[in-house]
Ligand binder design. Sequence first.
Ligand SMILES: Cc1cc2nc3c(=O)[nH]c(=O)nc-3n(C[C@H](O)[C@H](O)[C@H](O)COP(=O)(O)O)c2cc1C
Length: 263
Amino acid sequence: MNRSELVYVIEDDSTTATITRILLEKNLHSGRVQLYANGQQAFNQLAAALSKGTDDVPDLILLDLNMPLMDGWEFLDAFSRLPLPHPVCVLVLTSSINPEDRIKAASYQSVAGYFAKPLELSSVMQILRLRRAASGPEPRKPNVAGAPLHHLVYQSHATTPLDELELARLLTQSRAYNAAHGLTGLLLYSQGSIMQLLEGSEAHVDAVFARIARDPRHTRVVKLADGPVSHRLFAQWSMGFQTINPFDFAQLTGYISPNPIGL
Ligand SMILES: Cc1cc2nc3c(=O)[nH]c(=O)nc-3n(C[C@H](O)[C@H](O)[C@H](O)COP(=O)(O)O)c2cc1C
């Protein structure tokens, strides 16, 4: 058994927990699924595994939001302070249809996806894809071994203004891919104006930028910087995010790169 084969399902409703477990076990080729009835139980188990130095740390956590003792938000707050030995893909699995919950979930770096209960087979397939992406072969923060570090900054404009929910979806989608490819960075958004900084190996930065540049959600994509760098500015963030006011946006874009270059 290697480290990438343990799943925590944190869910207080025992029927949902059991269905989730069955669906996962049917579709995982190997590994274990452990059920926890609330965030506190799961957190205690995880903290104990870390303090013993065992490799019994999950690579995938399915997290309900509304639970007794320690709810999903409290778990995420506590979880984000833990020194984890490898990337852990956290997916929220909730019956909440409140868009604010989805937006709040995306504000957590560790959250790579948001799914509605009850879990369907198509969602399980997507979950397994996200899990594979998050535990890709490359380390999350350091450079790809031997590959020089590269960064790229571009500016663009949303085709139609992106609301918070659309931004949250975009972020959760981006983070799983970025984490799997050793990419980090920052996305700034200000009333339709976008600026993004991507850092990682040149090959991965170029590949993700090619995908981003043809994304119809934005237009007038202009590179502001593209070249080698000695270190990461956002090593902790598979994609940090900030909405800011237009004045700060103009200041920052000028600060990050005063000399735009053509595509
Ligand atoms: C402003 C903006 C920023 C994006 N940033 C990223 C990113 O950092 N990582 C990522 O994987 N996708 C990002 N995307 C999404 C990609 O454009 C694309 O939809 C996604 O990679 C899926 O690509 P595919 O449809 O070619 O598979 C971003 C999209 C937009 C509009």
